[in-house]
Design a protein. Structure first.
Length: 305
């Protein structure tokens, strides 16, 4: 049973300075009933990215209810690790509110950019997020010497936090050099993380050179992940795991290819899985890395895992 595409849901109209374009990296968070606040990364006129949001009624005919006029998180001050932009990875419930994990970056000179992972927190989903620290919570290290990208954090138990994130296996100044895989880190509190540098999810074939923006949900006694695959074109891939460490690729049955003609005909990327009314849903981006906005898909029937 393939994903049922529900079409594009939202793209910025360019009226707000922080969201002249793009609704990349959607993160749906349940508010009430069928209403979800979908956080996303936008771009201003200088192409710096912010975190905004839009409230969506999630159904097979989704509709936008409200659009943010101000960002939930802005780029950091000049000189900080995220002064060139903030790309949302996920939002995770904590004991006292919500934690927003994101990729922050600086523009580079000999390489295009430098990325690291940051944390911002809020008591509620209705108020802006504040940085935990001016610096990142996970940065380049002997385990990740080159770059880190979009994190997904799941709290499996009170003191068992897992983070899946992207990391380069070698230096890269262009796409062909990227070799970007998904790794895993552990934490007792969601703030201080340890990692061993091992690849958690690698390439399925020689055509792939980047896996990014993992999204992980529980599915019975297993974990299900969707992620962006980059080869000839971007597409959404999938994998399942019993322990969060060893993953089995399921692209052929749970992935999402570009459509034949529409806002997502060139690529599908940056997925986010979520459950609603006992059904599995997928928010994702289409062409041009979110320039055409985000859409929804829903899975009908039993999941093949």
């Amino acid at each position: 049973m393939p994903w049922k595409r529900l079409g594009r849901v939202f793209a910025p109209d360019g009226q707000h300075a922080f969201a002249r374009s793009h609704a990349a990296l959607p993160v749906p968070m349940h508010l009430d009933g069928d209403i979800f606040r979908v956080f996303y990364s936008s771009r201003d006129i200088e192409r710096r990215s912010y975190v905004g949001w839009v409230d969506v009624e999630v159904s097979e005919t989704p509709r936008v209810m409200q659009v943010a006029r101000q960002p939930a998180l802005s780029p950091g001050e000049d000189g900080t690790f995220d002064d060139s932009g903030v790309g949302i990875g996920c939002i995770t419930a904590t004991d006292d509110g919500f934690a927003l994990y994101y990729m922050g970056w600086n523009l580079g000179v000999r390489s295009p950019w430098r990325n690291a992972i940051g944390l911002a927190r809020s008591r509620t989903l209705q108020t802006p997020f504040e940085r935990f620290s001016p610096g990142p919570i996970l940065d380049r290290s002997p385990e990740d010497p080159y770059t880190l990208s979009y994190p997904c954090v799941l709290r499996l138990a009170p003191r068992d936090w897992r983070m899946w994130y992207g990391s380069n296996l070698r230096p890269a100044v262009g796409n062909a050099d990227m070799q970007h895989v998904i790794k895993m880190a552990r934490s007792n509190d969601g703030i201080r993380w340890t990692c061993d540098g091992a690849t958690s999810l690698g390439f399925a074939n020689n055509d792939e050179y980047a896996l990014a923006r993992p999204s992980v949900v529980r599915c019975g006694d297993r974990l299900l992940m969707c992620f962006a695959c980059r080869g000839d074109h971007y597409r959404v891939g999938a994998a399942s795991s019993s322990d969060g460490i060893n993953w089995t690729r399921l692209d052929a049955v749970l992935g999402l290819l570009p459509s034949s003609s529409d806002w997502d005909e060139e690529m599908t990327c940056y997925p986010a899985l979520f459950w609603h009314r006992d059904r599995l849903w997928l928010a994702y981006n289409g062409n041009a890395y979110g320039a055409t906005g985000f859409g929804l898909a829903v899975w009908d029937g039993a999941l093949p895992i």
